[in-house]
Design a protein around this ligand. Structure first.
Ligand SMILES: Nc1ncnc2c1ncn2[C@@H]1O[C@H](COP(=O)(O)OP(=O)(O)O)[C@@H](O)[C@H]1O
Ligand SMILES: [Mg+2]
Length: 605
């Protein structure tokens, strides 16, 4: 257990690594791969046939060796020598053909299966509840999708078939050994435990270390990812030195674990070599004396040595591949773990009502909610609030009051701990979440753009939209003019997360996206906060048109935006402090007066 003082991020990993329980788990884990290989069982079967074919032929070379020595050299017959050589050549050609098929079939299945696993993991991850990603960083998940699946590709595609071939060869060679000389065989077999014990002991250590090694690689990846993502912040605060130092710590930690793993493997391999070759030397000693005393023919000893070398080299291969298999078992374990994470947000089993036909009235009914990462601090406290169909409800309040959280609950990214959110009078947990979300469009505080062009980003709101409809939406969002001034117009690439646009431009793209979605419910989270006054004025016009006839919840930071709302809800620390229209709130709510005084300028974020 000397490795249990590792990084905090790998602590969840250690408890099951070095225990017998962990071992059992590893077997079960590799079983899980069967499910992925099954669709290709035809190819696997063909590969198996090729494998048995080549292995049998390889073993038959031993017979060629016997003929070569006993009948070619000993009888000094050139004709026998020629036919023995011919036999070996023919067998060699057949082996190479068999190997071609085995290698191609097995490796292509490996590629296919790892691609399938990659798809399965991504398809699953993309459905998980958002709070999962608050505890599991994107770097970690990326490393599952790339590093771990690549590892699996290498074991399914080569290590596993090498292990199979070696196991088969080893068994076959042992049978041939018995057929050739029982006494010598027993000597060889007696040495097998000496080979297997270190493999098992060290193999376990290698496996534990390789899981840690993977984890620390993921740490390195996410560390670098974050620093690069925030490169301007890093440079503007002249933090390069600190970042270098912290990154170096991560890299060295990963290196250290990697070095330990390699060390264990090196010990394993060299130990096996010493043991195996000592055994062969012992065997030659005993066998050689038998030949000298005429108990055994020279050809038999030749064949025997050949088979013994087969046994030894298969065992060596197995011991080497074992390390790979252990690493792969670690990778499989993590992938399967990820595949088995259940989303907390699920669609009801059946009788899911379609929200499409219902009225677009939204109601929060005595809702209390804490974020999973902060279980003792309620972000929303006993909130009861109705947004009437087709009306505009403005949400105001200081930063951190819980306004954005309401939108998250309404889109069902989280479920409240008590109370319920309803749409058209029905608890939103009764809907299929994707159907629910189809009813709404959100313009978030920080618009999310994809590293693609303008068309793609706006069309995200409605994949079926024609180019004309996209452009129409962009015009309404007051984005058309600046889009046309980009180098390639609507085909301009926006960079990762839209870095090539200003905040206000990104916001207008997001508004165009929402316009294109044409939802029943519109959620605007400070949608115009990054705009200058002039574009805000125009976008405001567009939004007002957009709001017409839709249930709109608008988190607003400027008085001009909310003055015309049908209702204004004032929030403070997760509670509804007051509700009314502008005139009545100016009378009744001190907080509202204060917010109005400050024109909501610095308060909401
Ligand atoms: N993902 C999260 N995990 C934990 N706490 C959060 C999360 N998002 C927001 N919070 C907390 O919930 C409270 C309400 O946040 P939010 O709804 O974003 O406020 P705002 O009214 O400014 O939009 C804040 O105290 C914030 O720190
Ligand atoms: Mg907010």
């Amino acid at each position: 257990m000397e490795s249990s003082s590792q990084t905090p991020s790998s602590s969840h990993v250690q408890n099951d690594m070095l225990t017998p329980k962990g071992q059992r788990k590893s077997l079960r884990v590799l079983f899980e791969l069967v499910k992925f290989v099954q669709p290709y069982r035809g190819r696997v079967l063909a590969a198996l046939v090729a494998l048995i074919f080549t292995a049998s032929l390889t073993l038959s070379v031993g017979h060629g060796v016997r003929i070569l020595i006993d009948e070619g050299f000993s009888q000094q017959s050139s004709q026998q020598l020629a036919s023995a050589i011919q036999f070996i050549l023919v067998v060699t050609v057949l082996i190479s053909i068999g190997t071609f098929f085995r290698f191609y079939l097995v490796s292509s299945v490996g590629e296919r299966v790892s691609a399938d696993i990659r798809l399965a993991v991504f398809n699953h991850v993309i459905t998980l509840h958002p709070s999962y990603f608050e505890t599991h960083g994107s770097g970690e998940i990326m490393s599952r999708l790339t590093t771990d699946t690549t590892l699996l590709q290498s074991i399914i595609g080569s290590s596993f078939s090498m292990a199979m071939r070696s196991a088969f060869m080893c068994t076959g060679a042992i049978i041939m050994l018995f057929a050739t000389n029982i006494k010598l065989t027993l000597i060889v077999l007696a040495s097998v435990p000496f080979v297997l014990v270190p493999i098992l002991i060290y193999g376990r250590r290698v496996r534990a270390l390789s899981r840690q090694s993977q984890d620390s690689m993921a740490d390195v990846g996410s560390y670098a990812g974050e620093a690069i993502e925030h490169i301007k912040t890093v440079q503007s605060y002249s933090h390069e030195e600190q970042e270098r130092a912290s990154f170096a710590t991560e890299v060295e930690k990963a290196f250290d674990i990697g070095r330990q793993r390699v060390m264990q493997r090196a010990i394993l391999i060299s130990g096996v070599i010493v043991i195996v070759f000592s055994a062969i030397a012992g065997m030659l000693w005993v066998g050689g004396s038998d030949v000298i005393h005429g108990v055994m023919s020279a050809g038999d000893l030749g064949a025997f040595v050949f088979y013994a070398i087969m046994v030894a080299s298969s065992l060596a291969t197995i011991s080497e591949v074992m390390g790979e298999l252990q690493r792969a078992a670690g990778a499989t374990e993590r992938l399967i773990e990820l595949l088995h994470v259940d989303s907390h947000i699920v669609a009801p089993n059946q009788s899911a009502v379609s929200p499409q036909t219902l009225s677009a009235e939204v109601e929060f009914d005595d809702v209390t909610f804490c974020y999973p990462s902060r279980p003792d601090q309620a972000a929303i406290k006993q909130l009861t609030l109705t947004a009437e169909e087709g009306k505009v409800l403005a949400l105001v309040g200081p930063s951190g009051a819980g306004k954005t959280t309401l939108f998250e609950l309404l889109q069902r990214f989280y479920d409240p701990q008590s109370g319920k959110v309803t749409l058209g009078g029905i608890d939103i947990r009764q809907f299929d979440p994707s159907k629910l979300r189809q009813q709404m469009a959100l313009v978030p505080q920080q618009p999310a753009l994809f590293s693609h062009n303008v068309f793609h980003n706006i069309r995200y709101g409605n994949p079926q939209a024609t180019d004309e409809q996209v452009i129409e939406a962009a015009k309404k969002a007051h984005a058309h003019d600046f889009v046309m001034s980009l180098p390639d117009g609507y085909d301009s690439f926006l960079g990762e997360r839209g870095v090539r646009l200003s905040g206000g431009q990104r916001q207008r793209i997001a508004i165009a996206r929402a316009i294109l979605k044409d939802p029943k419910i519109l959620l605007l989270d400070e949608a115009t906060s990054a705009l200058d006054s002039e574009s805000e004025y125009h976008v405001q016009q567009a939004l007002e048109e957009l709001m017409r006839g839709r249930t709109t919840l608008i988190i607003a930071h400027r008085l001009s935006t909310i003055q015309h709302a049908d209702q204004i809800a004032v929030f403070e620390q997760g509670r509804l402090a007051d509700i009314g229209n502008h005139a009545s709130l100016m009378q009744s709510s001190e907080l509202y007066q204060r917010l109005v005084e400050l024109q909501f300028k610095h308060l909401s974020h």
